[in-house]
Design a protein around this ligand. Structure first.
Ligand code: T1G
Length: 697
């Protein structure tokens, strides 16, 4: 027997135990162990029933993702689950934690399932560019029906054990010891004379429902919501086989479709995104035993949208938080804003009224810095102006207890300068949230020159506690995300001067997979923000760094985006639907004329190269300056903060996919044609010349 799967007999019950930390992934050793143990239990005449249980934090959480792309090793998971289902002795899976992907497929190949009430079950393969490849697309519909199976498999989202019980995936909800509950359930089966109940043989849930209609509806939904993705439609085709083919044929069809997904480039990108997100939380030069300060309470300075969003993050994590505002009116407004924000979640059904009251109970308002004397961390979210930051940090320095973490939410100001406003620069760190802070998962953790290891480790721990994707970054203008998005936005505007329209540029980038085009994004955030940065840059940048003039012209014409009903697009009152702005063409033509540029038709490929390669070039500079630890960290920032499509892996992964040499050659061409902004990053040149990738760094 392998040591990750063991078999022991308790009376006439065989107990198969999996112990493969951290998530009992179904690597080859586990698959071999399961196959051998179930075979041995079947062959043992003393054994009347089999219980499958896992040690550690969770039931099996799926295939071992690290094995993807490597030569397959027998037994395959489909073979293992087929053997389990074929067994003649009743088998019981005892689920805790998260039975995901192959883990749930093993569970549904068992004849019965019991689960801890707080457990979750799901088939998230689609999030990795795959589909359930060990019978999940054939067996889950037999348990929950085709419509629900389609929802679960195409969304990839898990469901809680109570819902799984209602649906019939789970036969009993338990609260006690996993093994005892499993043995008791198996003994009850034997007492009741219940034997093997093979999921693959159950067809009642497939009958009397318009399965074909459900398939057609799901296909239409995918076409509308995720047109660029490769695996969702194949998930549907696999589920379709569950009611159009006998089980064996359906399983064969599933394997064919799984194979198509396994070799798709999207699988590589999505698996890269999965592991990169976990890697990003590791700070390479931080000693493993760095102490982490305990965070039992928090303070937020500023009760605007950002400040309230940050306060909600702490309350959601169960941490009491005080919002400081300059007056009692502003303080009360901030509390009302928090309540309204939660109220919208209650309206949407994603939060109960009880939970709202519980979380609001953790949020209070203060007007005096002295009231923050007891908190463990303070995050300031005040106006982006150094003078204002100075006043705030001097006050924090004078009032906060020794050891309190003093964090700035600044998105572009120099954190090192902010730290110097205090006598404790080692306790100052940047926590750059993305708006809306209580929704966006990304958190840039900005490490100042003097930020101590302990404060950095604690800041990363705060990010994890707030369920953020925390990425450590260095200090520079815009850190990583905004520094790169500036290049992308500027190039987008230059394209308008060269002949493109906002709709064309936005359309091409939406087709590439971006959540929003750059101009729709600018209209949403407000053109005045970009203009303020542009004005500052005009004063500081050398002359050879030309800037587009369209924003200035639009601002002069009062076109500031959605807030004025007119920007790159026009918006009907109360509507966010962008429509063509008839007053824009003259402004674009004037800008082209002023820049001496002949307007022309631009290709989609050229638009992608001018915008996405600008991200890549800046990302390479960020890496060589040490502002980001890894190329994959930059990908994580772009995937989680800027709507970059996960199925493209992130800007640096995309550069590797296109070919660093090809990207470098194109950037050299742009440098010759367009000047200083396109000076190739030396790292890009080095990689191109050495035939290496960003992934090789
Ligand atoms: N394979 C390998 N390593 C995995 C893994 C997996 N499936 N899941 C997690 N890890 C590692 C992870 O990289 C990290 O490593 C550590 O475990 C803790 O993870 C045939 C083909 C289970 C909800 O998609 O969703 O089955 O950084 O930090 O926040 O049809 O991990 O410590 O070195 O995320 O508590 C389907 C993916 C696979 C589940 C736990 N299964 N995992 O979250 O911990 S495809 C999944 C998760 C499949 C079959 C198909 C989460 C979690 P390190 P963590 P967590």
């Amino acid at each position: 027997m392998s040591d990750v799967v063991t078999l022991e007999r308790q009376g006439d019950i065989a107990v198969v135990t999996v112990n493969n930390p951290p998530v009992n992934a179904l690597g080859i050793a586990v698959r071999e162990g399961l196959q051998n143990c179930f075979k041995a239990a079947e062959a043992d005449p003393e054994v009347k029933a089999i219980v499958l249980v896992c040690e550690g934090m969770t039931f099996m959480a799926g295939a071992d993702i690290k094995e993807f792309g490597k030569p397959p090793k027998s037994p395959s998971l489909p073979e293992v689950v087929a053997g389990i289902e074929a067994g003649n002795k009743p088998s019981v899976a005892v689920i805790h934690g998260t039975a995901l992907g192959g883990g749930l497929e093993v569970a549904v190949s068992c004849h019965y399932r019991i689960a801890r009430k707080d457990a979750k079950v799901g088939l998230p393969e689609v999030k990795l560019g795959l589909l359930p490849g060990a019978g999940g697309t054939q067996r889950l519909p037999r348990l929950v029906g085709v419509p629900k199976a389609l929802d679960m498999i195409v969304s990839g989202n898990p469901i809680g054990a109570p819902e799984a019980f209602e649906l019939g995936v789970v036969d009993k909800l338990i609260e006690g010891d996993l093994l005892s509950e499993g043995i008791a359930f198996a003994q009850q089966l034997l007492m009741d004379g219940k034997g093997a109940r093979r999921t693959g043989e159950r067809t009642d849930k497939l009958e009397g429902v318009d399965n074909a209609g459900a398939v057609a509806a799901k296909r239409a939904e995918i076409e509308k919501k995720m047109p660029g993705l490769f695996s969702p439609q194949r998930c549907v085709s696999a589920v379709e086989a569950s009611f159009t083919l006998p089980l064996e044929e359906g399983l064969k069809r599933e394997r064919e479709l799984f194979g198509e997904c396994l070799t798709s480039p999207q699988r590589g990108a999505l698996v890269h995104a999965f592991f990169s997100e976990r890697q990003a939380s590791k700070v390479d030069d931080l000693p493993k035993d760095t102490p982490v300060r305990e965070i039992k309470s928090a303070g937020v300075i500023g009760g605007g949208t950002m400040g309230v969003g940050i306060a909600i993050c702490f309350a959601n994590a169960g941490i009491p938080v005080k919002i400081l505002e300059i007056s009692s009116e502003a303080r009360d407004k901030a509390i009302d804003r928090a309540r309204d924000t939660y109220g919208m979640s209650v309206k949407r059904g994603s939060l109960t009224q009880d939970a709202l009251e519980k979380r609001m109970g953790l949020i209070s308002g203060v007007t005096d810095y002295a009231d923050l004397g007891d908190v463990d961390v303070v995050v300031e979210a005040v106006f982006e102006e150094m003078g204002v930051k100075q006043k705030v940090f001097e006050a924090l320095d004078a009032n906060c207890k020794p050891g309190a973490i003093l964090a700035s939410n600044t998105s572009s100001l120099d954190l090192n300068k902010i730290a110097e406003f205090t006598k404790r620069p080692e306790d100052v760190v940047g926590l750059h949230f993305f708006s809306p802070a209580n929704v966006m998962r990304l958190l840039e953790v900005v490490r100042g020159e003097k930020t101590s290891n302990e404060v950095l480790a604690t800041a990363m721990a705060i990010g994890k506690k707030l369920k953020k994707v925390s990425v450590p970054v260095g200090v520079c203008d815009g850190f990583v995300g905004n520094r790169m998005v500036f290049q992308y936005g500027r190039e987008s505007e230059f394209l308008l001067e060269e002949g493109a329209t906002p709709a064309q540029v936005d359309g091409v980038l939406k087709k590439f997979g971006m959540a929003m085009g750059p101009f729709a994004m600018r209209d949403l955030s407000g053109l005045d923000i970009g203009l303020a940065i542009r004005t500052r840059q005009r004063q500081t940048l050398p002359a050879e760094y030309k800037l587009p003039t369209i924003l200035d012209k639009m601002a002069e014409a009062g076109m500031l985006g959605q807030k004025t009903g007119k920007g790159f697009y026009v918006y009907e009152p109360g509507s966010r639907t962008p429509q063509e702005n008839p007053d824009l063409p003259p402004i674009l033509e004037a800008a082209s004329k002023e820049q001496g540029v002949e307007r022309q038709q631009l290709s989609d490929e050229y638009i992608i190269e001018r915008t996405i390669y600008a991200l890549i070039n800046e990302g390479a500079k960020i890496l060589e300056e040490g502002i980001a630890q890894r190329a994959s960290d930059i990908d994580v920032i772009y995937l989680n903060g800027y709507g970059f499509p996960a199925h493209q892996g992130g800007p640096m992964f995309y550069a590797d996919a296109v070919g660093v040499d090809r990207v470098y050659a194109k950037i050299c061409e742009f440098h010759d044609k367009l000047g200083a902004w396109w000076k190739p990053a030396p790292l890009l040149e080095k990689l191109a010349k050495e035939g290496r990738k960003f992934a090789d760094l």
